[in-house]
Design a protein around this ligand. Structure first.
Ligand SMILES: *Cc1c(COP(=O)(O)O)cnc(C)c1O
Length: 388
C-alpha cells in the first residue's frame, strides 16, 4: 500500500475537474492570448478572461485586479519589490512577521541589504501577531505591512481584517500571502483593507507553476513596479507569454474552491479533530504548536517530548507528513516557524505536521493514528532507550 498523503500544505493533487478543464489548452486551443489577429489568439484570450473572472469571484475582487504569475513565490517577490521600487522614500520601511514563508523573508532580506529598512516582528507563543506591537512598529517611512493569512506549518490564522484596518488608518499598503487559506478561508476583498494578496495554484488543487497577485485598483493603480519586463503582458506589470493551461487550471481551481469551501471546512475539521483527540488521549504530554482557536481546519502540528525527531520521521512509513526541520535543509535545523514560537530545538525536531485534504477519509485518519501510536510507543519504550 502506498503511504497516505497527509501533506497538503506542501502541495495538493490537481483535481480531476481542473485537469479536464486544462487539457484542451495544450494541444488544441494553443494560441497566444496576445495574438489578436486571429481566432487562435482570441480563444486563448477568452479562456484567460474566464479564469480571471473565476479567481476574482473567489476573492470578491474585480477581474482587472488579478495578475497572473508563476506562483506564490513570484507574487510575493512582486508585491515586495514592486512597492519598494516605486517608493519615493530614500529608505522605505517594510514590516513582517518572523513566521512568514521563505518566499517573503528571503526577498525582504535582499531588500534590506539593498538599503531598505525591514522590521521582522516576533510572534506570541501561539503564533499570533501582537497588534499593539505592529502598530508601534509603523513609522513615517513605512510603505508596506506583509502578514500571511494562514501559516503553512502551524496553520495559524492571522487577524488580517484587523491588520488591514490598522494599515489603512496609517496610510500603509497591506499585503497578505493567502496561498494556504484559499480553499478554506472565505474572503470578500470588497469589504477588507487588503491591498495585495498572493495565491498559488498548487496549494489549492490546481497546477504547479501558476499563481496570482491581487492588486487593489483604487489604491495601487500605477503604484507597483514591474519586476519582469518584456512584452507588456498583464498591463505591463508582469511580462511574458501567459501560461494559458496553467491559468485555466487556476481559474477552475478557484471555481471549485468556491463551491466546495463549506463542505471542505466542515469535513476536514472533523477529521483533523479526530486525529488530535486520539493523539492527545494517548500522549497527554503532546504539545500542540500554534493557536488552536485561530487555525486552518485541515492543520495539526504537534511535538512529542522525549522522542528523537529523526527516528520519529523515519518511522512514519504509512503516512506522508512533514517534520519539524527546515524542509530545505539536510542539517536538521529546526524550522524558523517553530523557532519563532520559542520551541526548544530537540522538541521542534520531534514534530509532525499534518495537512489534510479533500481525498482523505476516516480510514486514512485511523491509519495515521495507528502509525503514530506504534512509532511513538516504540521510541519511548525502555528497550529503544539507548538514545534517550
Ligand atoms: C507554497 C507556498 C508559497 C510558495 O508557492 P509557490 O507557488 O510554490 O511558489 C508561498 N507562500 C506560502 C504560504 C506557501 O504555502
Amino acid at each position: 500500500m502506498p503511504p497516505i498523503y497527509l501533506d497538503h500544505h506542501a502541495t495538493t493533487p490537481v483535481a480531476p475537474r481542473v485537469f479536464e478543464a486544462m487539457r484542451p489548452y495544450f494541444t488544441e486551443i494553443f494560441g497566444n492570448p496576445a495574438s489578436l489577429g486571429h481566432s487562435f489568439g482570441w480563444q486563448a484570450q477568452e479562456a484567460v478572461q474566464t479564469a480571471r473572472n473565476q479567481v476574482a469571484a473567489l476573492l470578491g475582487a474585480s477581474p482587472a485586479e488579478i495578475l497572473f504569475t508563476s506562483g506564490a513565490t513570484e507574487a510575493n517577490n512582486l508585491a515586495l519589490k514592486g512597492i519598494v521600487s516605486v517608493s519615493r522614500s530614500r529608505r522605505p520601511h517594510l514590516i513582517t512577521l518572523a513566521t512568514e514563508h521563505k518566499s517573503l523573508l528571503d526577498p525582504l532580506e535582499g531588500l534590506r541589504r539593498a538599503g531598505a529598512q525591514v522590521t521582522v516582528l516576533p510572534v506570541e507563543s501561539d503564533g499570533l501577531v501582537n497588534l499593539d506591537r505592529l502598530a508601534e512598529a509603523i513609522t513615517d517611512s513605512t510603505v508596506l505591512i506583509s502578514v500571511m493569512a494562514a501559516n503553512n506549518e502551524i496553520g495559524v490564522l492571522q487577524p488580517i481584517e484587523a491588520i488591514g484596518r490598522l494599515a489603512r488608518a496609517r496610510g500603509v499598503v497591506f499585503h497578505t500571502d493567502f496561498a494556504q487559506a484559499a480553499t478554506l478561508v472565505p474572503l470578500d476583498l470588497g469589504s477588507t483593507n487588503i491591498d495585495l494578496l498572493t495565491l498559488s495554484g498548487h496549494k489549492m488543487y490546481g497546477p504547479k507553476g501558476v499563481g496570482a497577485l491581487y492588486v487593489r485598483h483604487t489604491r495601487l493603480g500605477e503604484g507597483l513596479g514591474a519586476q519582469i519586463e518584456g512584452g507588456g503582458q498583464e498591463r505591463g506589470l508582469r511580462a511574458g507569454t501567459l501560461n494559458v493551461p496553467g491559468i485555466v487550471g487556476l481559474g477552475e481551481a478557484c471555481a471549485l474552491a468556491r463551491s466546495l469551501m463549506t463542505e471542505d471546512r466542515i469535513r476536514l475539521s472533523q477529521l483533523r479533530n479526530q486525529l488530535k483527540d486520539a493523539l492527545v488521549a494517548e500522549f497527554p504530554d503532546l504539545r500542540i504548536n500554534g493557536s488552536w482557536e485561530h487555525r486552518l481546519p485541515n492543520n495539526l502540528n504537534v511535538s512529542f517530548p522525549h522522542v528523537d525527531g529523526e527516528l520519529l520521521m523515519a518511522g512514519m512509513k504509512d503516512i506522508a507528513v512533514s517534520g519539524g526541520s527546515a524542509c530545505n535543509s539536510a542539517s536538521g535545523h529546526p524550522s524558523h516557524v517553530l523557532t519563532a514560537l520559542q520551541i526548544e530545538a530537540s522538541l521542534a525536531r520531534a514534530t509532525l505536521r499534518f495537512g489534510l485534504g479533500r481525498s482523505n477519509t476516516e480510514a486514512d485518519i485511523a491509519r495515521a493514528i495507528a502509525q503514530v501510536f506504534r512509532t511513538v510507543r516504540r521510541l519511548r519504550s525502555p528497550a529503544a532507550g539507548a538514545g534517550n
